[in-house]
Design a protein around this ligand. Structure first.
Ligand code: ADP
Ligand code: MG
Length: 606
């Protein structure tokens, strides 16, 4: 999961309260300029800087901006919490004094995880499992590829899974629930207010129940009127457990909701068995719980056939022709024949499929080739690789695959230049690297990785396709040696492929670099005006494709690594995927939380 960018700082304490921060500073001697950093309990990704001056405490909140920078309100922006602290150690720039001495965490004081930090992995898994009906490897892959977006989703929806959240119940009902059992001060619940779609907090105090409206401002932040503002309901609740900000008492015990659908991983005595929550039907849940706007739809939000699932049950080498309906619409064509769209009838319903139909002339050779392609695809099962559903031998030989309705990546990007962001391209290329890492692990070489062979199931969901040239490497061989050259995509090929006809996962890495270049140039043609012989000498003289205009530096640096001349020195897909993942996570944080816009909020308080 993505790590806290402050985790490496020796003066970072994690999710501690203000009182605890002051306690640490006292123990460390209260010198002027003594400081520590802690997680903000109210803003996701924000911090608080606690500083001592003149034997007093000053707490400055640091907000994370949408462009991934950090700043103290009114101060200048910094690219990370470390840089921010370094800056204020040289220049007080509005603080009471410069940061002089870090209050270091002792070895027996680990960084405190917030409630969310400690729960989010479990919550994420439960959420993905329940909402998209994914399990096992498919679930893990889905989580890796979408972790930043999922974390955000979980952060804003997590309250729905909390035991204190009762959904839409009338005010009287909330009172009845609170009066039941022990009437301890601070016993509370959160409910949806019937009329307005906002929330209410109902709290027991002195044997009476009090109701507070929770309002949401224009930027999406939650608060009790006149109280502090929070990014999420659960943060507000956690904060009010520590401090009665504008209410009569701190929150105490949760008045437990016994409706199904709560996370079984939360501490609870209510749980009766491993399946005591009800997994709702996939599509219905997806609609019911999430605000769906095109921008925020996750790859898993696919209707009908779930391309994350392992469809082994329908992977057949002799599909019944009567179950297959072929459209006249051609999705693409090549010298093998053409790819048509169609529908496959299965036990679980109708699936949209793409059907590679063999041309009838030159049959025998072509047939063998298609059989080999099918044989390779048959062995592959990964969310980021187009799945083969079966073969059908009828009027011609047909390879039936899951449908990737948005077509090849290069075409999609060149016709949607204005709307597709660099972040989205990074996300897609990370998915491609995950698929390639899988191939590398299984010892397959693709040999035709290019943007034209990356197909989109939807705008946020890419899959590798076209295994026409692919080979399974033998158990003990690092590479495949072609006996002779063929119709090869030479501009995508590494020097060892061109010079020695040697193909390995490392030569696929070279092609991945070219594919990245195509993607970041929005479907541009590599070495556009050059003949192949010119490309060869260009590469031999250590020249490489230039950085596309909108391409981030780190992505171009990765491309250049993919184009290291000697394959021994080139990274493998394990490394490439790591690099793509860490960049994807680092920039996805600046995608705004669901339904919220930026709001600077003055908040500087001793
Ligand atoms: P070729 O070996 O001729 O490149 P491909 O397998 O790449 O064959 O398919 C050719 C074209 O058919 C692709 O560029 C794409 O437009 C379309 N196509 C292939 N497979 C699918 C699929 N699963 N879903 C949607 N379109 C597809
Ligand atoms: Mg192709």
């Amino acid at each position: 999961m993505s790590m806290d960018p402050a985790a490496e700082l020796p003066f970072f304490y994690g999710s501690i309260s203000r009182t605890e921060a002051e306690h640490h500073l006292k123990l460390a001697g209260m010198a002027d300029g003594l400081f520590l950093l802690r997680q903000c309990l109210r803003n996701l990704g924000g911090y608080v800087l606690s500083v001592v001056w003149n034997l007093e405490f000053y707490h400055y909140s640091i907000e994370k901006q949408l462009n991934d920078t950090y700043c103290i309100t009114g101060g200048i922006a910094h690219c990370g919490p470390a840089e921010l602290c370094e800056f204020y150690s040289k220049d007080p720039d509005g603080l009471v004094c410069p940061l002089k001495k870090p209050c270091l965490r002792s070895s027996d004081t680990p960084i405190r995880l917030s409630l969310f930090d400690s729960m989010k992995n479990n919550m994420l898994r439960e959420y993905v499992k329940q909402t998209w009906n994914l399990e096992g490897e498919a679930m893990e892959q889905a989580i890796i590829s979408q972790a930043p977006q999922l974390e955000k989703l979980i952060a804003t929806m997590a309250h729905e899974k909390m035991l204190w959240y009762h959904g839409k119940i009338p005010r009287q009902e909330s009172e009845r629930l609170l009066y039941c059992g022990a009437q301890t001060d601070g016993k509370f619940l959160i409910r949806d207010r019937e009329e307005s779609g906002t929330f209410a907090l109902s709290v027991m105090y002195g044997k009476n129940v009090y109701h507070y409206q929770i309002i949401q401002d224009k930027s999406g932040k939650y608060s009790i009127p006149q109280g502090l503002k929070f990014d999420s309901i659960w943060q507000l609740v956690e904060f009010l457990k520590l401090k009665p900000d504008g209410i009569l008492t701190v929150l105490g015990d949760a008045c437990v909701c016994t409706a199904p659908g709560k996370l079984p991983s939360l501490p609870t005595t209510r749980r009766t068995g491993p399946n005591s929550y009800t997994p709702a039907p996939q599509a219905a849940t997806a609609k019911a719980v999430r605000p769906v706007s095109e921008e925020h739809v996750l790859p898993m939000d696919c209707i009908g056939f779930n391309p994350y699932h392992n469809p082994n049950e329908i992977k057949k080498l002799n599909l019944d022709r009567n179950k297959l309906f072929i459209d006249e619409v051609e999705l693409g064509s090549g010298n093998f024949g053409c790819v048509k769209r169609g529908v496959l009838e299965t036990k679980t319903g109708q699936l949209d499929v793409a059907i590679k139909v063999l041309k009838s002339d030159n049959e025998k050779l072509m047939k063998e080739e298609m059989m080999r392609e099918a044989e390779i695809m048959y062995q592959l099962s990964n969310p980021f690789i187009v799945r083969m559903l079966g073969l059908c031998n009828a009027e011609s030989l047909m390879l039936v695959m899951e449908m990737a309705a948005c077509g090849p990546l290069h075409k999609f990007l060149s016709s949607n230049k204005d709307t597709v962001s660099v972040e989205e391209i990074v996300n897609l290329m990370h998915q491609v690297s995950m698929g390639m890492k899988y191939l590398e692990e299984k010892s397959f070489v693709h040999r035709d990785l290019a943007a034209r062979n990356v197909l989109l199931v939807k705008r946020q969901f890419a899959k590798i396709s076209d295994f026409g040239l692919s080979k399974a490497l033998g158990a003990d061989s690092e590479y495949y040696k072609a006996r002779s050259t063929g119709l090869w995509p030479l501009k995508w090929y590494a020097p060892e492929c061109i010079n020695y006809r040697k193909f390995s996962s490392k030569s696929d890495v070279w092609s991945f670099g070219i594919t990245m270049w195509e993607a970041f140039s929005y479907g541009g043609k590599p070495y556009k005006k050059m003949k192949q012989a010119e490309v060869n000498s260009f590469i031999e003289s250590e020249k490489r494709l230039a950085c596309p205009a909108k391409c981030p530096e780190r992505m171009y640096a990765l491309m250049q690594e993919c184009w290291i001349y000697k394959h021994e020195d080139r990274p493998d897909f394990k490394k490439v995927e790591e690099a793509m993942r860490s960049y994807h996570y680092s920039i996805s944080n600046k995608v705004k939380p669901l339904g919220a816009v930026a709001a600077a909020e003055p908040d500087m308080y001793p």
